[in-house]
Design a protein around this ligand. Sequence first.
Ligand code: DX5
Ligand code: ZN
Length: 217
Amino acid sequence: RVEPMIGPSILNADLSILRDECKNLLESGADYLHLDVMDGHFVPNLTFGHPVVKCLRSHIKDAFFDMHMMVDQPEKWIKDMHESGATQFTFHLEATQQPEECIRKIKETGMKVGLAIKPKTEVEDLLPFINDIDMALIMTVEPGKGGQSFMGDMMPKVKFLRDKFQYLNIEVDGGVGPANINVCADNGANMIVAGTSIIKSPNRSETISLLKKAVSD
Ligand code: DX5
Ligand code: ZN
């Protein structure tokens, strides 16, 4: 079995107090932090890079930082992200001509490897790499923004992977919350990214434990 984990996304948090928001989320029961890196090329939005991660890590010693790299040529940032304290480097299959090379370089640093696909990418495209990665990320929104609505038609991709790979970490990301967590869990997702539904919740720890319970049953 794979570990059920809740990883809040901070994209819609108050980024002017990012350290405090991250600490608050961890104190509220988050198992890991999902940090959305956007370069304005791979997606039409811009967030932050490894300098911010380095500062965060200096204040938050041992949390699992899941770097969601929505960037072109992700291989360019592997070394910097590792040196800045990233735990997992999750890149998009659509963003590089050399996914095997990317996976190898990430592993060389000791970081965990995540491989993500956008809604329009077939889940079968992950298969050649599935034995070399620690986690597959099935996007349930078009990457680039927080607060979008959940794409339920992505669930067959999750089910397809879970039916074949019992011990693979499968992450869902985008529009996830109490309203759709059960369908994510029923199809086999075990790593749950939720941004707005946690960040804007009146009670973050209640929302996190609700999500956690749904994937643990
Ligand atoms: C979107 C990001 C997601 C997003 C999740 O491109 O990858 O992590 O911030 O936020 P919500 O849950 O608000 O869609
Ligand atoms: Zn993300």
